[in-house]
Design a protein around this ligand. Structure first.
Ligand SMILES: NC(=O)c1ccc[n+]([C@@H]2O[C@H](COP(=O)([O-])OP(=O)(O)OC[C@H]3O[C@@H](n4cnc5c(N)ncnc54)[C@H](OP(=O)(O)O)[C@@H]3O)[C@@H](O)[C@H]2O)c1
Length: 338
């Protein structure tokens, strides 16, 4: 078993990590960290468990550690669900101390030697781990993208067989995407907020790195442009995206591309049966009905219309965060980086 820990284990994403790792066949979870406010106390006493699954009792008595190098240095790998301001230094320090880091934070996503990976889209970018190792780092950092960027790139991956240059996207993003303290009830009930700080910039930058080509130890960004408009809506989990792409081929060909898309690997424990699922009903996918497809790891596509226009949906704290990171770690393991 690979010994793992979760940094920021009390937050919205940290709790999803604990849920997904509780009975994992490859990873043994033994260390949970959080801020000084929580450190030294039992996990069950400090976590405000708000997930749609029961609290995993086996982990309740773990004493929460401070988020420091000594707390995790005996582990093989840590999953990070830390705020970016904290993640920048601590993830760097932990990876230099010889521990692999799979991070959700934005801190290192755009660093040239850090892979920004979605296993179904750009698994070959993991080769950047060797660039980090060659620079003298004992461990390494691998990141997963921002939650709405993951849904967008998963939806674009089957369409790479057609040339496109212009991607426009409007998001309708769930409240859990802002963390537990993120959006007060008085601000989001009966309301739509047409602003999510830095979200549009992240979608526009990260997509080009993820869908870029790796050559000579560097990623050459994809040439298409993304124009994003991001909105917070009163939904607990699940980001819905309306997407426009300048692809002008018969809809039957687009449908075929979505239906025939397969992950370029098999046998990873968290891998859903279908990474991308096309729904034909005219009013699907819907956030509440479809976010848990494939255990929350499937991205559903619908409302295909000429133009090309369609809708994509994914679970933001599973496929868009903790699940993305765990799938990255499984791929890393299967490629024997750990
Ligand atoms: N929510 C999403 O859908 C989503 C999706 C993709 C990526 N992300 C990214 O994932 C990260 C976590 O997001 P979240 O939504 O889970 O946030 P959150 O609910 O606010 O949780 C933050 C976690 O970090 C800990 N923490 C806060 N300050 C700390 C400090 N000074 N030192 C050590 N630990 C500290 C908190 O511990 P205490 O409980 O002790 O304060 C808590 O465990 C962020 O970088 C976010 O941008 C989130």
């Amino acid at each position: 078993m690979i010994k793992v820990g979760v940094l920021g284990a009390t937050g919205a994403v940290g709790q999803r990590f604990v849920q997904l790792l509780a009975h994992h066949p490859w990873f043994e979870l033994s260390v949970l960290t959080a801020s000084e406010r929580s450190a030294g106390k039992k996990y069950r006493d400090v976590v405000n468990w708000r997930l749609d699954v029961p609290f995993p009792d086996d982990f309740g008595d773990i004493i929460v550690s401070p988020t420091t190098v000594p707390a995790v240095k005996k582990l093989d790998l840590v999953f990070s669900a830390l705020p970016a301001e904290i993640a920048t230094k601590v993830e760097d320090d932990i990876s230099r101390a010889g521990v692999a880091v799979c991070s959700n934070a934005r801190s290192h996503r755009m660093s040239p030697d850090v892979p920004l990976v979605i296993p179904e889209v750009n698994p070959e970018h993991l080769a950047l781990i060797d660039v980090q190792k060659d620079s003298g780092r004992d461990g390494f950092i691998v990141t997963n993208p921002n939650c709405s960027t993951i849904m967008l790139c998963m939806a674009l991956a089957p369409l790479r067989v057609f040339p496109f240059q212009d991607v426009r996207v409007a998001t309708m993003q769930a409240i859990s995407g802002a963390g537990f303290e993120g959006v007060p009830a008085m601000a989001i009930c009966d309301n739509v907020i047409p602003y999510i700080g830095m979200e549009e910039e992240k979608m526009e930058m990260e997509s080009k790195k993820i869908m870029g080509t790796l050559s000579g130890g560097m990623v050459k960004e994809a040439s298409f442009e993304v124009s994003a408009s991001c909105h917070r809506v009163p939904v607990i989990d699940g980001h819905l995206l309306a997407v426009w792409v300048d692809i002008d081929v018969p809809l039957q060909e687009v449908r075929k591309a979505f239906l025939s898309f397969h992950a370029p690997f098999s046998g990873l424990p968290l891998q859903p049966q279908k990474s991308v699922e096309l729904m034909e009903q005219p009013d699907r996918p819907q956030s509440r009905l479809d976010r848990n497809r494939g255990g929350g790891m499937t991205v559903t596509i619908g409302r295909l219309r000429k133009g090309l226009r369609f809708v994509a949906l994914g679970h933001n704290t599973i496929r868009g965060a903790a699940g993305a990171s765990v799938l990255n770690a499984e791929l890393i393991r299967s490629k024997k980086y750990i």
